[in-house]
Write a protein of this length. Structure first.
Length: 349
């Protein structure tokens, strides 16, 4: 008899959240979800229509303690509209002494705050309620590498409403670089650092260009080195370089040394106007070590200078050997123009 009384009063006034405790171990019943725990400890209330016939008393939570001030609403439905909290959520947390966001929900006015504080402490023991707190979302839209639109939002729900998608879509894309994002938007639960943002922009740039057709031209003659490549990867494999190296020089109009070629990479076939512009104004990529091949003309044929049978590994060495300035070599490099009987090229011709 004493044991039965103990079980009754424990469940009525100090319910345990993870089990219905009974002295007989075979009678222990486990509850796995927060919903089941809340329903276990929830005080009973009677109503024919729970959404219209119940007066709701709402108290604010401050450091998991209950304030003495409260608001009343004529129904769960009315409180739901005022607080923008789902009716079922309010119904589940009602009379549990467990806060949702920053509110406690009751069907009666609190009479003893000391007892209420004790029940709050007991009922919240072992519960993780962080999921009830709205977490900020940072949304990025990459218009170009120089134009990034960053939006800070209060919650996933706000982001979902703004992008006109379901809440689950935001969750599935959070902190992920999924191709296309959510209509071009990428969502994170933290603000990206400069390095993270740079990596995201580079990733999106590669995504956009990876499957594009690549036209590779010999910078000296502006003739196609090969048939157009149907992807960045194919072009990179042909020249035995990393595909980032191709992307970096795509559509720049700057010639770069790849393998035994001085190459110009484009996304489209060159027009006659663009050919004329490039042939008269060939520019090399900066900060690349440039080999120099020096020729003299004999009977309208270019003949390698004896001292450069294998070419010079840099402009500096060529200038030192020929007693010229590197500025002069740069000026006449790949121009087909003669300087003091010398012709300068960055590849073997």
């Amino acid at each position: 008899m004493q044991q039965d009384r103990e079980d009754f009063y424990l469940q009525k006034y100090l319910p345990l959240l993870n089990t219905i405790f009974k002295s007989n171990f075979s009678d222990i019943q486990s509850y796995d979800s927060l919903y089941e725990i809340l329903k276990l400890i929830q005080s009973k209330y009677d109503s024919d229509d729970k959404y219209t016939g119940i007066t709701i008393y709402i108290y604010e939570s401050c450091n998991n303690q209950i304030s003495h001030n409260y608001k009343t609403f004529s129904s769960i439905n009315a409180s739901s509209k005022e607080l923008c909290i789902a009716r079922e959520t309010i119904s589940v947390y009602l009379n549990t002494y467990v806060p949702y966001q920053k509110f406690f929900f009751f069907t009666n006015e609190v009479e003893c705050f000391d007892l209420a504080g004790k029940l709050i402490s007991d009922n919240m023991q072992g519960l993780s309620l962080n999921h009830n707190i709205a977490k900020k979302i940072w949304m990025y839209f990459i218009e170009s590498k120089d134009t990034v639109v960053k939006t800070e939002l209060e919650s996933k729900s706000t982001a979902a409403k703004l992008l006109d998608v379901q809440h689950l879509v935001i969750t599935n894309h959070l902190n992920k670089w999924i191709k296309g994002g959510i209509n071009g938007h990428y969502v994170f639960n933290h603000e990206l650092s400069d390095l993270e943002l740079k990596n995201l922009i580079e990733f999106l740039s590669l995504r956009k260009t990876r499957n594009r057709t690549v036209w590779a031209y010999n910078a000296m003659t502006l003739e196609l080195i090969s048939d157009p490549f149907n992807s960045i990867k194919k072009a990179a494999e042909y020249f035995n370089v990393d595909y980032r190296s191709v992307v970096k020089h795509l559509d720049t109009g700057l010639a770069t040394k790849k393998g035994n070629y001085l190459v110009l990479f484009f996304n489209d076939e060159l027009t006659d106007l663009k050919r004329k512009e490039l042939i008269n104004n060939l520019k090399l990529v900066k900060n690349e070590t440039t080999e120099v091949w020096v020729y003299k003309k004999l009977e309208d044929k270019l003949i390698l200078v004896d001292s450069s049978e294998t070419g010079f590994s840099s402009k500096h060495l060529a200038a030192k050997e020929l007693k010229l300035s590197t500025k002069t070599i740069s000026k006449f490099l790949n121009t087909h123009k003669e300087y003091k009987g010398f012709y300068f090229y960055s590849i073997k011709v």
